[in-house]
Every structure is written in structure tokens, then in C-alpha cells.
Design a protein around this ligand. Sequence first.
Ligand SMILES: [Zn+2]
Length: 300
Amino acid sequence: MQHAMLWVAFAWTLLSAVAPVDAAPKFDAQRAWSHMETQLSFGSRAPGREGHERCLGWMRATLDSLADRVQVHSFSMEDPYGEGRLELTNLRAVYRPEARTRIALAAHWDTRPFADRDPEHPDRPLPGANDGASGVAVLMELARVFAEHRPPVGVDLLFFDGEDYGREGDPDHYLLGSRRFVQDHPEYRPRALILLDMVGDRDLRIPYERYSATMAPHLARAVFDRARALGLPAFVPVMGAPILDDHMPFLNAGIDALDLIDFDYAPWHTLADDLDACSPQSLEQVGILLVSLVYEGLGY
Ligand SMILES: [Zn+2]
């Protein structure tokens, strides 16, 4: 009798020890949402602002505790619109650095220095809830998932600075961080890069971004097929607009890249780009999709 009970106790211990490891990784939308709130609490994350510095410190400290390795890619350049120099920093959080097959998941972490689409306050910096914080929030929650469930492939979380620095009509001064990252790392050839930008809209609807769908059609199709298989209604496989974004330097370098972006967002580049316009459920759909693509394979 005592023996049997011991055996039951042992089996139970074994089961409870094994169960969390075998459980499918789960993306926690509330944690992702808390990363939105944290970023907005820093204020503007535009280059040169205090919030930029504080957000970088938070990302570094968090990623240092979760990733196998964090690479800091800092550079400076002449400010195209003012005196002095711009100090910019990309981060790369690396999981399984030894793995040759790698998937890159990316977002820009800077916010636009001015709300130039805002009729009332075009010179004030925007909160950047959707345009900035949303992609980073998803990646920061994924950083925890990958720390707790070792991914089957190498994964790099890329956080680009200076995406939204350019003035309208001056396309050369957008994408500052991603351009420089590709230029400085010619040996970096992930199997695919998936970029998240403006993925927090409470009415999330993501069509094919046109450059991605024409230059890397197999990746685009595989990702949208997976979204359909998972029953994620935000992903709508119709052709959308071409959008200049951080995936472009990668596409131009011959790397498969896909921009997941909902550009149909009324508060874009206004002070109304705040938490009210976003929802945790939107972040969750994106998170579930990326978890599936990393753990079950890209499917192409
Ligand atoms: Zn923007």
C-alpha cells in the first residue's frame, strides 16, 4: 500500500515536471499589452529624447535576461534636419546563436519626432502606440516565450531605430536603422525576415504588403496560409499598398522579407495614436501566428 502510494506520488511529480516543457508555447496578450503601456510611459521615443534613452535601457535590460545574447549596433550620423549628430541604436536579441537556419522577427522601436498629420499639433511628438510600440510589444513577449521554450531554429529579434525620422517627401531619411544594419552585416542571411509595424490597431486588418508579396511571394503566401489555418481573422489575403518600411533593405539584399502592417489607421502620425486606438486581441493574433511559424516551421 505504502509502496503504491509512493509510486503514484512519484508518477505525479514526474508528470508535473514534464508537463510545462511539453505544453505548446502560449503567447500572453496581457503581457504584450503591458509592454505597450511601459513604452508609452517613457513618452516620445524619438531619437535624442529622454524617452528614447529610457526605452533603450528597458529593452536592453529585459532582453539581456531573456535572450542567449544581445548585440548592440550603435551608430551616429549627421542630423539631416538640424545641428549635431543623431545617435541611433539597433538591437539584435539572439536565440540559438549556433543554428545556421535563422528566422528574423523585426520591428522599429523609435517613434516619429512630430505628429505631422495632426491638424492641431503637427510639431508635437506622437505617443506612437500603434506606430512603434505595437511591434516591439509583440517581440518583447516573444522574447519571454523563446526563453521558456527553446525554439527549433535560430531566432533573431531585431529592433530598428530611426525608422520614422524622415519628413514627408524625403524617403532617404526613413529606415535609418534597418538600412545601416543591412549595410554593416552583409554576412547576415536569415531564411526569412518578418517585420511587424502597426499591428496593434483595434480594428486590425492586415492585407499583403505589395513589395513583400511581389518580391518574396512564397513567404507571403505561406504566412497568410498559416494565419487562415489558425483561424486568425485579422489577416486578409488581398493585395494591399506598397509600403516603404524596414523590410525593404532586406528585400533589396535578396532576403525573403514580409511586412505585416495595417496601414488603414486613422490616427496615423497624429496625437491620437494612443492606447485607446489599440487592443490586446490584435497583438495576440500576431503573436499566435509568429509562435506557430517559429515552432512549426515557415511551411515553404
Ligand atoms: Zn510612422
